[in-house]
Design a protein around this ligand. Sequence first.
Ligand code: UFG
Length: 330
Amino acid sequence: MSVLVLGGAGYIGSHMVKTLVEAGREVVVVDALFTGHRDAVNPAAKFYQVDIRDKAALSAVFEQENIEQVVHFAAFSIVPESVANPLKYFDNNTSGMITLLEVMKAHDVKQIVFSSTAATYGNPVNIPIKETDPQNPINPYGESKLMMEKIMAWSDQADGVKWVALRYFNVAGAAEDGTIGEDHKPETHLVPIILQAGLGQRDYIEMFGDDYKTPDGFNVRDYVHVLDLADAHIRALKYLADGHDSNQFNLGSATGFSVKEMVEAAREATGVDIPAKIGPRRAGDPDILIANSDKARDVLGWAPKYDNVQDIIKTAWNWHKSHPTGYNDK
Ligand code: UFG
C-alpha cells in the first residue's frame, strides 16, 4: 500500500517524500511541475506529472496504484501573488481539492493529511495562536486554504473522509545531506532571499515595512524546519491510520523573529555580510504570526528537533551554497 504525495516535487513535498522513503514507505508522487522540480523527487518514489484538476488523469493514478493515504501539498502558496491574482488560487487550490476528494471518494480512499497554513487566521486575535482561535484570512491564499479545510470537513460528515489539517507557520531549512532544498523561481520567501543576498546573488535584502505593531517595527513570524514539518506529517498519517477522528494542528516553534532579527541571525549563522535595506510594506502581511503548537505536541507527540533559528538557517545555507542556482531544470 502506498502513500500518495500530491505536490511531492515542491519544497515541502520533496522533503516529505524523502522522509517517507527513508521511513520505508512506498511513495507515489503527483505533481504538475508548475513550481516543483522533477530532480527534487526522491528516485525511490514513483512519479506522475499530473495537474490535480485533471480528474481523468488523477483517477488513472488511483486506478494504477494501491493508494492507502494521501498527503496534499499541491497548491499555490505565495501570499502577494494571491492578492494580485485571487482566481488562480481559488482555481488550483480550492477547486483542486474538490477534484481530489471526488477521486478519493470514487476509489474509497478515506485518509488525507493536508497542508494548511497560519494564513487562515488572518490578523490573529491571540498570540500565540491556538487552533480554536478565529480564522479570518486577510489574503486570498489564506482564504483558499480555509475553504479547503471546510470542504474536507463537510466531506467527512457526508462520506467519512478523515483528515488532518496541519497549519504551517513559516517553513525554512533544507535536508541535512544538502541534496534537496528550497528553490522557487522567482523566489519570494524571506530565508532564501536573505541567503541569496549573502551569496552576492542580490545586492541586498529588502525588509518590507518597519512600521508594524511589533517591538522593532518589522513584522514577526514563527520559523519551523522543513524536516520537523515532515516528521509531523508522518505522525499525522499514523494518527489517521490508528482510526482517530479528523483534527487540525498548528506547526510552529512558538517563538517569533522579526524580519530584522532574521537578517541578524543569518549574518551570525553564515558569518557573511548580508546587506539589508528598509522598503515599503508588502500587501497582505499580518503584524505577527506565532504558533501555539501544544496540541501537536500533546496529541501527535511532535517535538521539533530544530528549536534554534540559526540551526534552521545553517541547513538552508548549506543547500544554497552547494546549489547556488537551485535545481537548474527551468
Ligand atoms: N519579507 C521581507 N523581504 C522579502 C521577503 C519577505 O521583508 O524579500 C518578509 C515578509 O514581509 C514577511 C516575512 O518576511 O514578514 C516572511 O515572508 P515570506 O514571504 O517568507 O513568508 P509569508 O509569511 O508571506 O508566508 C509564508 C508562506 C505561506 C504561509 C505563511 C504562514 O509562504 O504559505 O508563511 O505564516 F501561509
